[in-house]
Ligand binder design. Structure first.
Ligand code: BG6
Length: 489
């Protein structure tokens, strides 16, 4: 019949991301019944490996979130039988032509759709796209390519990459991944805002005093220093993950939920932003710290990091959107590695209640009397709203308490990994959560000047101990805008 099949090729199959995220996500989709009846998964990489060896490698990382479930073992075997391996160079077209031949055998004359996931280092990226694309099409189905960041390291290199990609692929074949967009609570942002009357009308400078986007990790670059040193935290987290959240948070209401309508609004808000300035930025780098008899390394102790590197592992920034909705509202970002905890959250701090009858019941710290909406993206997903409440009793004392939506308590279903959502969307051709090239341009325009300035002026980062809350400069930056970081309480 005219049944179709999908061939999924993971280029860079022996890499960390493939092992930790891509294969497990594909398995989870299979387990949940989301993959089409006919599908094949191919691993592609340089090292020599047999199908059996690939299966063995994949099976070791399939100890994913569902490995405790019923008949998981059986499903895993069925899945692994559909996984194959092809060894080839990334810049050799014949190797991709051999892969094409193998794929054709599996596709057995059906309508054949092909998804390539390029999970490879940036320096071989364009070569791989060229070689893959020349033999990537089955001739009768769609061909889509998922690409992972880094999408260049500034406006120029990103534009060059886009140009090169477009020589081989149409924009609607390119799926630029930002895995933060696949996170459950990031996806929920629009639902929260646009389907609850109590939020959308307050979503502006009139009621919101500032917005904070906070990312922290409690480990350093451990082993990834070689990649990281060339990029730094601003490119690794802020320019993509945090800025994407900001765009979703701040955009105007899209015409519909269609991918182009949503991305049009995201581009508009990004283009309304002021390029980040050095005076609105703090950079830091972690230094060694000994705690409880354990010595945690400095960033520059990493063997893969050049001596004396000034690359920031921490950054805080104040950004502004010059449009009618957000004029004057600081959007504060903070991102760092080797901090005291691992978390990602959005904090919305509301204005003071004008002429508040109860001001005197708060004592002197009126900042403690404003509402705050917290969206905890991870871990332990939650949405809570800090409201003022009377402490029960005969007196009149107020305190701030939480209206709390705690996902683990409210929903019994596990939260899928971001890569599951994104892979499924790519298979289904849903582009809503992928980055369009004009969005990418706009994002780079905001950060490129300050990145250049930091590098040209050789700005020395503020050193902070491994495992601490980061440089104190972040507090001064917030204070400049009369803001306090919500996560330090
Ligand atoms: C990646 C960064 O994009 O995101 C890493 O390159 C970072 O440095 C990671 O560790 C964080 O993702 P998650 O999903 O673990 O929060």
């Amino acid at each position: 019949g005219n049944e179709s099949t999908v061939s999924i090729t993971v280029v860079g199959a022996s890499g960390d991301l493939a092992k930790k995220k891509i294969f497990p996500a594909l398995f989870a989709l299979y387990y949940e019944g989301f993959l089409p009846k006919h599908f094949t998964v191919y691993g592609y990489a340089r090292s020599k490996m047999t199908d059996a060896e690939l299966r063995n490698m994949v099976s070791r990382t399939l100890t994913c979130r569902i490995d405790q479930r019923e008949n998981c073992g059986e499903k895993m075997e069925q899945f692994l039988k559909r996984c194959f391996y092809h060894s080839g160079q990334y810049d050799t077209q014949e190797n991709f032509a051999e892969l094409d031949k193998k794929l054709k055998e599996h596709e057995a004359g059906r309508v054949s759709n092909r998804l390539f996931y390029l999970s490879i280092p940036p320096n071989i990226f364009i070569d791989a796209v060229r070689c893959a694309s020349l033999s990537a099409s089955s001739g009768n189905g769609w061909t889509r390519v998922i690409v992972e960041k880094p999408f260049g390291r500034d406006s120029e290199s990103s534009a060059a990459l886009t140009k090169a990609l477009k020589q081989y692929l149409a924009e609607d074949q390119i799926f630029r991944i930002d895995h933060y967009l696949g996170k459950e609570l990031v996806e929920n942002l629009s639902v929260l805002r646009f389907s609850n009357l109590i939020f959308e009308p307050l979503w502006s400078r009139q009621y919101i005093r500032n917005v904070q986007l906070i990312f922290s990790e409690d480990f350093g670059t451990e082993g990834r220093g070689g990649y990281f040193d060339n990029y730094g935290i601003i490119r690794d987290i802020m320019q993509n993950h945090l800025l994407q959240i900001l765009a979703l948070f701040a955009m105007e209401t899209p015409v519909s939920l269609d991918a182009e309508d949503i991305r049009n609004e995201k581009v508009k808000v990004l283009r309304s932003m002021r390029p980040l300035q050095l005076e609105n930025m703090v950079v830091g780098q972690y230094k060694s710290h000994t705690k409880g008899g354990v010595t945690y390394p400095a960033y520059t102790d990493d063997k893969t990091v050049p001596k004396g590197s000034l690359t920031p592992t921490f950054a805080a920034a104040a950004l502004f959107i010059d449009n009618a909705r957000w004029d004057g509202v600081p959007f504060l970002m903070k991102a760092g590695k080797a901090l005291h905890n691992k978390s990602a959250e959005i904090r919305v701090q509301f204005r003071h209640v004008p002429g508040n009858l109860y001001n005197k019941n708060f004592g002197t710290d009126l900042d403690q009397a404003t509402n705050e909406l917290v969206i905890r993206v991870q871990p332990d997903e939650a949405i809570y709203l800090k409201i003022n409440n009377k402490v029960p009793g005969l007196g009149m004392r107020l305190d701030r308490s939480n209206l709390n939506l705690h996902y683990a308590a409210r929903y019994s279903k596990e939260i899928p990994d971001a890569y599951e959502r994104l892979l499924l969307d790519a298979i289904e051709g849903e582009r809503r959560l992928f980055i369009r090239s004009d969005e990418l341009d706009a994002a780079w325009s905001l950060f490129t000047p300050v990145l250049k300035e930091l590098e040209e002026k050789k700005i020395i980062p503020e050193y902070y101990p491994y495992g601490s809350r980061g440089p104190v400069g972040a507090h001064y930056l917030a204070a400049k805008y009369k803001v306090r970081w919500g996560d330090v309480g």
